[in-house]
Unconditional design. Structure first.
Length: 241
């Protein structure tokens, strides 16, 4: 387990961006999983800026998102597909067949979960999985209580996020909102994992993740058991360590 603490947000974004670029440069056919949200947005934008200034070969890599919101339009700004496409996919010139995402609408999300997992396995599995950290310790849409042996599945959404997405999309109450996500078992099978967390609001859960017991109550605590996992934090997120 490796812990890297950045002195400020700029350094945090730079270090994290270069971890992804380094994987691309060292493995031209890398399969890389990305995470969306406030923590990772500037990381992705940094990669795009670096690529524009000094292009590198991205023709053989495959990028995918660790999860996707379900029952919302793919064009919705909060859909993981749209966030990744806007922040990094288009900037790196990644073609659609090298950008793997489950659909946001389906009559059979269990089947879509299986197809998503199979698409990654067909490409040889995950070389690098980037992860964000929820304030309750969730990974992707794997909320507290999710079994560690879970595989790609269609999960429920926490009430606060559900309420916000319903408001932003005008989704009726009778339409269930959820998330199709890699399971914890799939995440742990990645050859390399990097979790990024910043801000004082993450300090308590970072402490539990790294120094607490390995428990499904804090899904991210399972990362203590991964043989090649790095935690990149800023000083605020690391203040309780």
């Amino acid at each position: 387990m490796k812990i890297t603490i950045a002195k400020n947000e700029t350094e945090f974004d730079c270090i994290s961006a270069w971890r992804i670029i380094r994987e691309i440069l060292s493995n031209p056919k890398a399969v890389i999983g990305l995470s969306t949200g406030k923590t990772t947005k500037n990381i992705h934008l940094n990669i795009g800026r670096i690529y524009k200034q000094d292009p590198f070969d991205t023709s053989g890599i495959t990028l995918f998102g660790v999860d996707e919101v379900t029952n919302v339009p793919r064009e919705y700004a909060g859909a993981c597909y749209t966030m990744l496409k806007t922040e990094i996919i288009d900037a790196l010139g990644i073609p659609e067949h090298h950008f793997i995402m489950p659909p946001t609408y389906s009559d059979d999300f269990d089947k879509e979960a299986m197809l998503f997992q199979q698409a990654l396995e067909t490409r040889g599995g995950i070389d690098l999985q980037m992860l964000g950290l929820g304030t309750n310790g969730h990974l992707g849409f794997n909320q507290p209580g999710t079994p560690f042996e879970s595989e790609t599945w269609h999960s429920l959404m926490d009430k606060e996020l559900e309420s916000r997405i319903r408001k932003e999309t005008g989704t009726a109450q009778d339409i269930p909102l959820g998330g199709l996500t890699l399971g914890i078992k799939n995440i742990m099978h990645a050859r390399k994992i990097i979790l990024v967390a910043k801000g004082e609001s993450k300090a308590e859960i970072v402490k539990k993740m790294l120094h607490g017991p390995v428990t499904t109550d804090v899904p991210a605590s399972v990362l203590q058991l991964h043989p090649d996992c790095e935690f990149i934090l800023d000083t605020d997120a690391a203040k309780l360590l």
